[in-house]
Design a protein around this ligand. Structure first.
Ligand SMILES: Cc1cc2nc3c(=O)[nH]c(=O)nc-3n(C[C@H](O)[C@H](O)[C@H](O)COP(=O)(O)OP(=O)(O)OC[C@H]3O[C@@H](n4cnc5c(N)ncnc54)[C@H](O)[C@@H]3O)c2cc1C
Ligand code: SF4
Ligand code: SF4
Length: 475
């Protein structure tokens, strides 16, 4: 496959085309590139105007055309004789479902806590000196960002940064820290960030020498900062009052997948915290893809195929019943596998062997969207004659029925329209402006997703209206 983009100017195609996911890898290697939030609360690279970005920056971009793809990178990294390849989940030594038994890892985490546990294990076993993960930022009401990458040096610091953040964050600052500060580091990131790190290590001997472990997080898609604002606003805290958010509050006596959101803010100058279930909030349904980066519509890695291990939610019936949450875990590196297996032997982890099929089933929706759906989106861009990044699937439409094509078009539209709709609402200070635009679009999308259910609901409502009218006309 690719040997790397051959001109720093290639990065412009990514940024101008809207395919920048805001990882910050390019900015770490080229100080003239800035990472900034746009009006729609998406982080992205701002390229220098007086010269081309450096070649190293362009060759670190996960969306740079011609840069090595996930298959090529993983092939170079994971050559263990027992490694197996699967087109959906990537290379793997073993695959598990489970959670952390010891301490409060599971309680404090988004799902089973194995993501945080692995980072702590790498520190305690002396395999790394620091971990790059994501921390809450102390802000006054309405300030951003709410979260950012940080350098955690102790177990306590790692544990304090548990929980996944559906929020724009970027790595340029922490990577510059690594470049300036010798040591052994582990880092955790969504799949495209892991790919960017692997590409960046090919450009920088210091990064290659210092980044000892890359841990992955399964990823459906990334959200703009407006996702946090909109959830908080629907809970009764306006964007100007918001000071913090937990996107994954575990709610007792409910399935793990029916989690809640906790928002913190200021009301009349006084701190206030509110928790409520996610269902019913506009944007809470991940299938709707509200506030999604455009780049995520053109991504084909769900399970961080270039990471030494990846953790995700065990969205499987055998785990979902327990509100405390569980992970799916894929081990690709022998060292990580040994840590996991030792943890299970010592009773510190609960690990069940899963098959690749089970892991893929836990992410079935994401995989369909990023394989079948992606092929169709690539074709749509090609039909318009626009540039787009090269992907591991071929463009096409014939594999989808006309109704599925329509669903993919509507879903794409939902995601892209949500950005401007929310920005408009934020400017006018009226949440209804956002809800008024999105609710009919969501209803239209749902009518195509569940036509018979939708028809049954409409018929039921019609029957009710007719019955009420008959009653009132008799009276
Ligand atoms: C944008 C996004 C989309 C996701 N989509 C899916 C999905 O479709 N399917 C699925 O199964 N799981 C998805 N996840 C992962 C899921 O939310 C859980 O995080 C995962 O199951 C790991 O749980 P844990 O309990 O082991 O993690 P925890 O123990 O809670 O640890 C999470 C670790 O990740 C770090 N972190 C948090 N946010 C980020 C971030 N944005 N980037 C890098 N590091 C971060 C934290 O600092 C912490 O160290 C997504 C996560 C993110 C951030
Ligand atoms: S390297 Fe990351 S931040 Fe830079 S252009 Fe590519 S996606 Fe955007
Ligand atoms: S969906 Fe893909 S591009 Fe988007 S954040 Fe996740 S890994 Fe990155």
């Amino acid at each position: 496959m690719g040997t790397g983009v051959t001109d720093g100017g290639e990065l412009k195609k990514v940024v101008v085309g809207g395919y920048c996911v805001g990882c910050g890898a390019c900015a770490a290697l080229d100080p003239a590139i800035q990472m900034r939030f746009d009006d729609m609360q998406r982080l992205g690279a701002v390229l220098p105007v007086d010269r081309k970005p450096s070649l190293a920056a362009a060759q670190s971009c996960p969306f740079g055309d011609g840069n090595p793809d996930e298959d090529e990178i993983a092939q170079g990294l994971y050559a263990d004789p027992e490694i197996r390849q699967d087109q959906r989940i990537g290379r793997h030594l073993k695959t598990f479902g489970g959670w952390v038994e010891e301490g409060a890892f599971r309680e404090r985490a988004s799902s089973g806590g194995i993501g945080t546990w692995l980072q702590c294990e790498l520190l305690s076993k002396g395999l790394v000196d620091s971990v790059l993960n994501v921390a809450e930022v102390d802000v006054a009401g309405g300030e951003a960002p709410l979260f950012s990458f940080t350098v955690a040096r102790t177990r306590d610091e790692v544990v304090a940064n548990a929980k996944t953040r559906y929020y724009p964050i970027e790595m340029s600052e922490v990577l510059r820290f690594v470049l300036e500060t010798p040591g052994r580091y582990a880092v955790i990131g969504v799949p495209c960030f892991c790919k960017a790190l692997r590409l960046a290590t090919r450009q920088s001997p210091e990064l290659a020498d210092r980044l000892h472990f890359v841990l992955g997080i399964v990823c459906g898609h990334l959200k703009s900062g407006a996702f946090a604002d909109s959830l908080a606003w629907q809970c009764g805290i306006t964007p100007d009052e918001l000071t913090g958010i937990d996107f994954r509050s575990k709610l007792a006596a409910r399935p793990a997948s029916r989690y809640g959101v906790t928002v913190e803010g200021l009301r009349d100058g006084e701190p206030i915290t509110l928790t409520r279930p996610m269902e019913g909030l506009v944007g809470a349904n991940w299938g709707h893809g509200l506030f999604k980066y455009k780049a995520c519509e053109f991504c084909d890695d769900v399970l961080a195929e270039t990471a030494d291990a990846v953790v995700g939610d065990a969205w499987l019936p055998e785990y979902d019943g327990d509100h405390r949450g569980a992970n799916v875990v894929i081990a690709r590196s022998r060292t990580i596998l040994e840590l996991l297996e030792a943890g299970a032997r010592e009773g510190r982890l609960r690990l069940d062997m899963l098959t690749a099929d089970q892991v893929a089933a836990s992410q079935a929706g994401g995989l369909r969207h990023r394989r079948d759906g992606l092929r169709y989106r690539l074709k749509m861009v090609d039909d318009q004659g626009d540039w787009r990044p090269r992907k591991r699937v071929e463009p096409g439409a014939d594999h989808l029925s006309p109704s599925l094509r329509k669903i993919h078009r509507l879903r794409f539209e939902l995601g892209q329209k949500s950005h401007a709709a929310f920005e408009q609402a934020r400017k006018s200070g009226d949440l209804n402006e956002f809800l008024g635009v999105m609710s009919p679009l969501i209803a239209h999308y749902e009518s195509h997703m569940h036509p018979s259910l939708f028809r049954r609901c409409v018929n039921f409502s019609l029957r009710k209206v007719l019955a009420l009218r008959a009653r009132f006309s008799r009276a």
